[in-house]
Design a binder for this molecule. Structure first.
Ligand code: NAP
Length: 349
């Protein structure tokens, strides 16, 4: 290895194709680790937490075969130098151990060599090389690998907490942007609809909404997977859990109004892992309310043109995966709710 070459801002020295763009929109990154760049943190990777929309797409393409899913990941990483699913355009994040910290990484943010960390920036911008694959865990969309990755200049990451199992923490950190955004947008007494409420981000949002909306508010969960809908009901944070298909906008509209005393909701949060839920999120929301699209399978045009077409003057919020202090916030939501923690430990821990 050559010692510390100066890296470019935002990790753009890694971009191979097309020239001049940042790592996220790039088609291909340099995923070699023979050179040490002074603004990178190099990590020995143990687990990939694949984005739910991407995992579902690869699972379907591979006919449910774990080896086929690994093969798709291998092909993407070989071709692109990063796990940037060409169909869903989404990535995920990873868990690993710090092996090298570049000399230009700010001391205020630098981890120690040997720290176990989770990346909080997408795999779609993370240079990654994979040597071999291990276990595939469907429930958490996690794949164990042996590999190497680089965290670019300024990209967020979190040290793993000591009090939660690593795989559980990784699962929560993957969707850490969701509960804090719900907290920012919910008021006591609000009615909140969560689509895909039985999944990982959906449950966190439901627990968060209940905490802030309080006893005078109304939290309505919508979940098509019967097992997850039952687990959500058992958690007791929703006033109603609707077993309705989020992509059937008119059915969602009717069911939500029936569950909310005939009124449209103040806030709707889309956490499904499939496309086509835009109007199911927009239709049941009251005029001048908010719709937060955390789902990566959301179409900007369907939202904007669909809202316009039904005369809804509503705020359409893109689910930025990053918010100040989102990682600590999301982990605290799990710590504060023992029943949620027990459920997540059973599913993901
Ligand atoms: P998840 O755990 O798979 O949860 C999604 C839930 O939606 C599952 O329970 C799923 O059921 C359910 N669902 C699927 N189709 C449905 C339908 N037609 N109607 C009602 N419910 C349906 O996923 P997650 O990890 O919470 O992620 C949720 C979304 O957030 C994904 O699109 C993911 O890509 C995205 N995401 C965004 C960010 C960001 O930064 N904005 C970060 C991470 C993830 P099944 O189990 O049957 O599929």
């Amino acid at each position: 290895m050559t010692p510390d070459r100066p890296g470019a801002p935002f990790g753009s020295h890694r971009v191979l194709e097309p020239h001049g763009v940042l790592p996220q929109p790039a088609f291909r990154l340099d995923n070699g680790f023979g050179t040490r760049w002074d603004n990178e943190i190099v990590v020995e990777v143990e687990t990939l937490n694949i984005d739910a929309a991407s995992f579902r797409q690869m699972e379907e393409a591979a006919g449910g075969d774990p080896a086929g899913i690994c093969d798709l990941v291998r092909r993407t990483v070989d071709e692109r130098g990063k796990q940037h699913n060409p169909v869903t355009n989404s990535g995920g994040m990873l868990l690993g151990t710090v092996r090298y910290v570049g000399s230009a990484v700010s001391p205020s943010r630098a981890p120690r060599v040997g720290d176990r960390i989770a990346t909080l920036a997408s795999l779609t911008l993370t240079p990654l090389a994979i040597e071999s694959f291990g276990e595939v865990r469907r429930a958490s969309a996690q794949i164990d690998v042996r590999g190497t990755a680089a965290i670019a200049d300024g990209a967020p990451f979190a040290r793993l907490p000591d009090d939660l199992p690593a795989k559980l923490a990784l699962a929560v950190l993957d969707v850490a942007g969701a509960p804090i955004q719900v907290a920012r947008r919910t008021k006591p007494g609000d009615s909140v609809l969560i689509l895909g409420a039985g999944g990982k981000s959906g449950i966190l949002c439901a627990v968060q909404a209940r905490e802030i909306a309080g006893p005078t508010g109304r939290v309505i969960g919508l979940e098509s997977y019967a097992k997850y809908a039952d687990e959500l009901r058992a958690l007791g944070v929703c006033d109603e859990v609707l077993s309705v298909d989020a992509t059937d906008a008119l059915a969602v509209y009717r069911a939500v109004l029936a569950a909310n005393g005939g009124r449209e909701v103040d806030l709707a949060v889309c956490c499904v892992n499939v496309d086509g839920a835009e109007m199911g999120t927009i239709l049941p929301r009251r005029q001048h309310g908010g719709a937060y699209f955390f789902s990566m399978s959301t179409s900007f045009t369907r939202c904007a043109l669909g809202a316009e077409g039904v005369g809804k003057d509503v705020e359409l919020i893109i689910g930025n995966g990053y918010a100040t202090d989102h990682a600590a916030w999301a982990l605290d939501v799990v710590r504060k709710h023992p029943a949620l923690r027990a459920l997540f430990e059973k599913r993901y821990g």
